[in-house]
Design a protein around this ligand. Sequence first.
Ligand code: SAH
Length: 247
Amino acid sequence: MKISVLTIFPEMVESLGDWGVLSRAVDQKIVDLKIVNIRDFTRDKHRMTDDYPFGGGTGLVMKADPILDALDSVRGNKRDCHIVLTSPSGEIFNNEKAIELSEYSHVVFVCGRYKGVDERVMEIIDEELSIGDFVLSGGELAAMVMIDALSRFVPGVVGDMDSVMSDSFAKGFLDHPHYTRPREVRNKRVPEVIVSGDHERVDLFRRKESILKTAIRRPDLFLKAEFTLSDKKAVLELLRERSHDVE
Ligand code: SAH
């Protein structure tokens, strides 16, 4: 998969390809990460990427032409890429959107700065995406967050896709708690069932924890979740435990 990022701060985004699973994916050419400096597409001698807003007011606006030219350069003759503008006005990015973006052969992120980009860039933007209801000083961190999340769904980026699909949201629930060695930390022991060696009981315990956590912390997710047979068995077990409590 190809991912391009248009920015005036390329060094900031380049670090993405230096660490963790994404760096391995870049080395193995599973992800082709291309960082494009918008300033290389300016035509004036001061290489300006921003200017004063028409109509007055505070702040600077990113000029349309350098961004449009940079977009033309990454698209080339191919028009099969999906262009995302990072923006607080966009739809809020989530796991489903990460999966959807991971299925394109080429996704391009445009990073705004200052007050944002000249509105006329919109004509070639496929969608605007936000990473939450707050304002960042630039789109770079937002693009980096989205790239990290979407690339986990590109086959081969994370060695084990089952692991990705068992993380929060992938199947509609929050993840269950995890434990590692040693068995006892500051007088807190790992729940006995986890070290019982009985895989069926371990699975049931994890499903129950996951379902309970989701219901309590994220009722919005819980109401939307689809229950598999093993989820239903876990709910039954929870109800059984509850009825013992009442007795
Ligand atoms: N004037 C704009 C804010 C511009 S912030 C407004 O009030 O909506 C500068 C740039 O940072 C934006 O163009 C965008 O690229 C990026 N940005 C800021 N907050 C963001 C968010 N929550 N999600 C994604 N990108 C964001």
